[in-house]
Design a binder for this molecule. Structure first.
Ligand code: PLP
Length: 360
């Protein structure tokens, strides 16, 4: 097969951090090599910094963001446990599915897609749930949900938060907000290819883990011994060495620039994009005041052919934008500005290319 140019040369605006890509070229050492374990330790330290936590159990789970979601649920949710899930998009729906498969009694609290969850409604859904679970940044709708009031009002419950699209893109403060379990993915604002799911768990949640999780692979009791403690490490599964190199380097790029500066860069790019789309006469989908800078949703204008526009952006400009999901398929576009991709030049290029394709 002849590979298309964007696979050979890169798609331009959505590239990961160059440092992360270069790290893939390093020789692969053994996964119990002390040099690798030192690099893994430093990666976990870097994750603590971006998550805003001192949790000893902080590590990259092998697998994509969904593996982080499964690890989060399967370790604290057993048969009959009450789990309240805030749902205002596809990933909240997925949480209900995952919690249900763990045997939970799932109580959903819905908000319309495109609008934020009401924290008071989430907290009022049950007097004593074991877990309250929400998505911080709903990638399916471009809406950010407030986490702090949930931490303040959670009582005895464990607060479980999906930070796949928020980590290193908007402020995340695991310890400050009282989050007990948080997970992310490498391919969003951390700017590393997909393949690992950073996860952190408070000591409080660790004490309340289910004794024998239904998943062997994702049992944090066993993985934690390998990743959270230096010294006598036991084999659990073979760490994806090159992915850990890349995550270490991608986090290094973020911390060298400064986490606050990276978040400010995302905020500025999001603002410029929102303003530019508005000037073009397009209508943003997510409620004002809750729009994510790193993931913008905009309504497909009257008369525009959704798939054709996206195809032209991809083929002519190397720019990939996402289509709508669920009931919004064909009705909204989802534009990501994440990690290394969150640059002014990419906003300018996207706005110019979209204006040309739409004839505006
Ligand atoms: N949660 C959110 C908010 C996401 O955006 C995604 C993926 O886009 C996931 C979970 C699942 O992550 P993955 O596709 O890496 O498994």
């Amino acid at each position: 097969m002849a590979l298309p140019e964007r696979i050979l040369l890169g798609p331009g605006p959505s590239n990961p951090y160059p440092e992360a890509m270069q790290a893939f070229q390093r020789p692969v050492v053994g996964h119990l090599d002390p040099a690798f374990l030192a690099l893994l330790d430093e990666t976990c330290d870097r994750l603590r910094t971006v998550f805003g936590t001192a949790n000893p159990l902080t590590l990259p789970i092998s697998g994509t963001g969904s593996a982080g979601m499964e690890a989060a649920f399967v370790n604290v949710v057993g048969a009959g446990d009450v789990v309240v899930v805030g749902v205002n998009g596809l990933f909240g729906e997925r949480m209900c599915d995952v919690a249900g498969r763990c045997g939970a009694e799932v109580i959903r609290v819905d908000a319309d897609w495109g609008t934020p969850l009401d924290p008071a409604a989430v907290l009022a859904a049950h007097p004593a749930p074991k877990v309250i679970a929400v998505v911080h940044a709903e990638t399916s709708t471009g809406v950010g949900n407030d986490i702090e009031p949930l931490g303040a009002g959670k009582g005895d419950a464990l607060l479980l938060v999906d930070c796949v699209t928020s980590l290193a893109g908007i402020p995340v403060d695991v310890d400050g907000w009282g989050v007990d379990i948080a997970y992310s993915g490498t391919q969003k604002c951390i700017g590393v290819p997909p393949g690992l799911a950073p996860l952190t768990m408070s000591e409080r949640a660790r004490e309340r883990r289910v004794e024998r999780p239904q998943s062997w692979y994702l049992d944090l009791g066993m993985i934690g011994e390998y990743a959270a403690t230096s010294g006598a490490r036991k084999y659990h599964h073979t760490a994806p060495i090159s992915m850990v190199y890349a995550l270490h380097a991608g986090l290094g790029a973020v911390l060298d620039e400064g986490l606050d500066a990276v978040i400010a860069r995302h905020a500025e790019c999001g603002r410029l994009l929102h303003e530019g789309l508005d000037k073009m006469g397009l209508e943003l989908f997510a409620s004002e005041g809750h729009r994510l800078p790193e993931l913008t949703t905009v309504k497909v204008p009257e008369g525009a052919a959704d798939a054709d526009v996206r195809q032209r952006l991809l083929v002519d400009y190397g720019i990939e934008i996402g289509g709508g999901v669920g009931a919004y398929a064909g009705k909204v576009w989802r534009i990501g500005l994440m990690g290394h991709g969150a640059r002014r030049r990419n906003v300018t290029l996207l706005l110019a290319a979209l204006a040309e394709v739409l004839g505006r």
